[in-house]
Design a protein around this ligand. Structure first.
Ligand code: SF4
Ligand code: SF4
Length: 277
């Protein structure tokens, strides 16, 4: 933030070679005062304002919709091969989270990578062995350490095991190698047991992606998670990084990233008993 000598506040500005600088402009914390920097660039895109400036797109021959937004495919590539549009330049005013989601989609398409490519390789070969040992307590101390170790770093799920209300649930998500633990809001009485037992500094009843019984319950919590609005169409309300948005979990073009969409679909399809009517 900067304030000029007439007291007018200027937000989000980068000052480059302004005549009279710094006499005319006062930056409260003194950062960059008097410093002029030249940054080489092919194109400078002004990111101030609430509308998309379509002139750059038009110059490139990018197709725009009736609201002046670039038309993009599932990988957010525009109608011009190799030109991608992300964040505010695609949606108009949007959140940082949506910009990050767009950027990650574009990066995956450009680089030809799948974020799930190494998921299987990350699973310890002996995870089944550790799951089988859950609940096993050997009185024989000579069995240390291998037989007694529960391998928390490989398979934990302790928060699911210790919850007296079964409010943390380990679910199988198609396409994901490891089970995922979700929290079920309406079954939790916030006893804090899972927080006490978590081997990491986590409070699973607050930190785990949470299934809410309704939008009202969701509004009553700060947890990231989702409420299923319509199980048939897979329409949901999702809170991610504190931002609430609408989501259609089975739509590959939805802005929500694929892993979370898959998780929500798994709950709707395979654990429908958890969804309150
Ligand atoms: S805080 Fe909630 S989720 Fe955690 S153990 Fe208690 S009831 Fe279960
Ligand atoms: S939140 Fe804690 S207790 Fe639950 S699976 Fe993760 S590490 Fe284990």
């Amino acid at each position: 933030m900067a304030v000029n000598k007439n007291g007018i506040v200027v937000l989000g500005a980068v000052f480059v070679d302004i005549k009279g600088f710094p006499e005319d402009v006062y930056i409260p914390d003194g950062r960059n005062a008097g410093k002029v920097e030249y940054v080489p660039a092919d194109t400078v895109i002004a990111a101030v304002g609430e509308n998309i400036d379509g002139t750059l797109y038009e110059d490139m021959g990018v197709e725009l919709d009736r609201k002046g937004r670039p038309v993009v495919d599932a990988n957010i590539m525009t109608s011009v091969e190799g030109v991608y549009a992300a964040g505010d330049s695609r949606r108009g005013p949007a959140t940082v989270v949506e910009a990050i989601a767009d950027a990650s989609k574009a990066a995956a398409a450009i680089a030809g990578i799948s974020y799930e490519k190494y998921a299987e390789a990350n699973v310890a070969e002996d995870s089944a062995k550790y799951i089988a040992k859950k609940g096993y307590q050997s009185p024989d101390l000579t069995e240390m350490p291998d037989k007694r170790c529960l391998g928390c770093s490989t398979v934990c799920e302790t928060c699911a095991d210790v919850c007296p209300n079964r409010a943390n649930i380990s679910i199988k998500v198609p396409g994901m190698a490891m089970n995922q633990v979700i929290h079920v809001d309406y079954m939790c009485n916030e006893c804090g047991n899972c927080k006490s037992f978590c081997p990491y500094a986590s409070a699973p009843y607050k930190d785990k992606f949470t299934l809410f019984a309704s939008e009202a319950d969701m509004a009553d919590s700060t947890n990231d998670g989702f409420a299923v609005i319509n199980p048939e169409t897979k329409e949901c309300k999702v809170r991610l990084l504190g931002q609430i948005s609408d989501c259609k979990a089975d739509d590959a073009n939805d802005k929500l990233y694929e892993g979370l969409r898959r998780l929500i679909c798994a709950v709707i399809d395979d654990y429908s008993y958890l969804i309150m009517k």
